[in-house]
Design a protein around this ligand. Sequence first.
Ligand code: DQA
Length: 145
Amino acid sequence: MNKALVLHGPNLNLLGTRQPEIYGHETLEDINNALFEQAALGGWEVRCRQSNHEGELIDLIQAARLDGTAAIIINPAAYTHTSVAILDALNAFEGRVIEVHLSNVHRRESFRHHSYVSLRADGVIAGLGSQGYRAALEAVMAGGR
Ligand code: DQA
């Protein structure tokens, strides 16, 4: 079965209560459950992981290189703007990479305008809220670059 990995970076465990005016009222569990359903309908297996730790996210990306994961959908959260190490890990992954942000980072503070991960991402979705994850999964399941 085709496999996708969804990675959520730091503080995304707080979704639903964290600045809902920016990030919405849905919890991470709500978002993940919708992805599980969508994947099942498309005949894909999706795994969702959240970590507040850069090294753990890197370990998960490295593991995905070896277990046949076809695509990584990643919201690196604040690490988007700081982490060369996550970029390097993604550069070593051969499948598709879609970067997702709930908020439109380009309408926010200038430090959020730069993304290391975008240097590797095949696609970037920002500002669509939780719908962005579902759009990313749809693109992954449809195949192509
Ligand atoms: C975010 C945007 C980042 O700038 C921020 O640090 C986050 C969430 C988003 O989903 O909009 O934690 O990635």
